[in-house]
Write a protein that binds this ligand. Structure first.
Ligand code: C2O
Ligand code: CU
Length: 543
């Protein structure tokens, strides 16, 4: 195993990824940031220099379990204090498994300012599929307002929702129609300042495409005109191959698909991304699948393929259900669990502000990170009352407009018994609007979970548990909860630390849609003093 050293300078710079000029966060001058490439078992060392001048920072390594290094998970308020402007912070962790992972800012809503990228971990063993080339495409959505304006709107009275994104980016590139906003000067919006992403391919080959999403809000449908995709990997686990025409992908997910370049080689094809699950107002993201030697900028002669209906849940649920662990690579889950936590997802008003709540508790970050508070026995750094396990919501009507007049905010956490099996049932419900329920991609830090099942409507303990897939469930770290539906996952509380579990929609997490799990805190090793320096952790900071 090797050490892989990276030196990153993180700063704000003007960029026009979709032709609209705004301040974006770059890593070493680029967004998406540099790809981390390593081999299974390597140690990755990233020296982060926070040059944002007036803004804190932390970076999360999404999908990396941080076994033995829970303090380098990068979730501000949970596992570390923020990196102050001007400071340098060194993350060091082992990438213990092969696969496709992500990194992104984990402070406030900073991720959507552009600090995100890929981690690719090559396997030691041969893979169960073949390909000629290995390429990556990160999908994103893009707002023109700054992160600050958005966050301030979400926490003000009257509440101001962030709205739909202005553009969809494919590998950091998109195109906003500047002429639709004639009031914008060409200094701000200039269609000569952006160009679509181009994936050049050689005819007659097989490509592995690593498709990842780090959208702030949108669920996406990804498609390559005229080409089928065979799904072979999800969140770092091999999938029993299945073929799709379009891939539904949610924020925080990664997939590998195999694509054969077996179409008419005399032309180019469209690569598209489209919003699903929300009544889309954002135009499609467009990129070019360029068959060599056609000119890369030559537009395909056809119109881009039309997207699936935004409100049709069926094909999305069907894809979720199709994702199974690959034969020969199945990790069987324990057949029973020690604890079941039901997490009811609702929208609420708490003191005149719109929130998202889990079991009627809207999550807030403490000022002193949990990991430090628990390990150093700093009492009253956060609410010692654990949020409810959810059984009291057994009779909640998920099809009615959410009222939840008694919802509260809290920074209390779930304490899990070490080395036990935990089931979490994520239950979706109606929002505060009539006949409306959204899609929420939930991401767990520090673990992979088995995806035991998805279903429509209200989770039924007696019957739905019988339908659990205990034979070949896929392991993932991010999973969608479909509108008016439920998703059941199982994991082992075997990774000492404190781990966030939250909706990966940037504004939803900001509005309280998350929980935190503690497990085996007494087994956590000595904390590095570099993570301290805020709140009551300051006394333990010994630079
Ligand atoms: Cu990729 Cu806590 O997030
Ligand atoms: Cu959400």
């Amino acid at each position: 195993a090797r050490n892989r050293h990276y030196k990153w300078e993180v700063k704000y710079e003007y960029r026009s990824p979709d032709c609209f000029k705004k301040l974006v966060i770059t890593v070493n001058g680029i967004t998406p940031g540099p790809t981390i490439q390593a081999q299974e078992g390597d140690t990755v060392v990233v020296q982060v220099n926070n040059t944002l001048i007036t803004e804190n920072l932390s970076i999360h390594w999404h999908g990396i379990r941080q076994i033995g290094t829970p303090w380098f998970d990068g979730s501000e308020g949970v596992t570390q204090c923020p990196i102050l402007p001007g400071d340098t912070f060194i993350y060091q962790f082992v990438v213990d498994r092969p696969g496709t992972y992500l990194y992104h800012a984990h402070y406030g809503m900073q991720r959507e300012a552009g600090l995100y990228g890929l981690i690719r971990v090559a396997p030691r063993d041969p893979e169960p599929f073949n390909y000629d080339f290995d390429r990556s495409i990160i999908l994103n959505d893009w707002y023109h307002k700054s992160t600050y304006e958005q966050a301030a709107g979400l926490s003000s009275i009257p509440f101001q929702w962030v709205g739909e994104p202005q553009s969809l980016l494919i590998h950091g590139k998109g195109r906003f129609n500047c002429s639709k906003s004639p009031s914008l000067s060409t200094d701000v919006c200039d269609i000569s300042k952006c160009s679509p992403f181009i994936q050049t391919v050689i005819p007659g080959k097989t490509y592995r495409l690593r498709i990842c999403s780090l959208t702030a809000l949108s669920a996406l449908s990804f498609q390559i005109e005229g080409h089928n995709m065979t799904v072979v990997e999800a969140d770092g686990h091999y999938v029993e191959p299945f073929v799709v025409k379009n891939l539904f992908i949610y924020s925080g997910e990664t997939y590998s698909v195999l694509v054969k370049t077996d179409q008419d080689p005399s032309r180019n094809y469209w690569i598209t991304s489209n919003v699903v699950s929300r009544n889309r107002t954002t135009p499609p993201g467009l990129a070019i699948f360029n068959y060599y030697p056609n000119h890369p900028k030559r537009s395909p002669p056809t119109v881009p393929p039309s997207p699936p209906a935004w409100d049709d849940v069926e094909p999305r649920l069907a894809q979720s259900l199709a994702i199974k662990a690959r034969q020969g690579y199945i990790h069987k889950p324990p057949t029973t669990s020690d604890r079941v936590i039901m997490l009811l997802n609702t929208q609420n008003n708490v003191s005149e502000r719109r929130h998202w709540s889990v079991n009627n508790v809207s999550f807030t970050h403490p000022h002193t990170p949990y990991l430090i508070a628990l390990k150093e026995n700093i009492t009253n750094a956060f609410d010692p009352t654990s949020p409810p396990d959810g059984s009291e919501f057994a009779n909640y009507d998920i099809f009615s407009v959410a009222e939840n007049a008694n919802a509260t905010t809290s920074n209390g956490i779930y304490r899990l018994k070490f080395n036990t099996t935990v089931d979490v049932i994520l239950q979706n419900a109606n929002t505060m609007n009539k006949n409306n329920s959204e899609t929420h991609p939930w991401h767990l830090h520090g673990h992979d979970f088995w995806v035991l099942g998805y279903g429509k409507g209200k989770f039924d303990v007696k019957n739905d548990t019988k339908q659990y897939n205990l034979e070949n469930p896929i392991m993932k770290n991010t999973v969608p909860v479909h509108p008016f539906g439920w998703t059941a996952v199982r994991f082992r509380s075997d990774n000492p630390g404190v781990w966030a579990f939250h909706c990966h929609i940037e504004s939803h997490f900001y509005m309280g849609m998350g929980v935190v799990f503690e497990e085996g805190i007494e087994r956590v090793g000595k904390l590095p003093s570099s993570i301290m320096g805020c709140g009551q952790a300051k006394g333990f900071h010994n630079p």
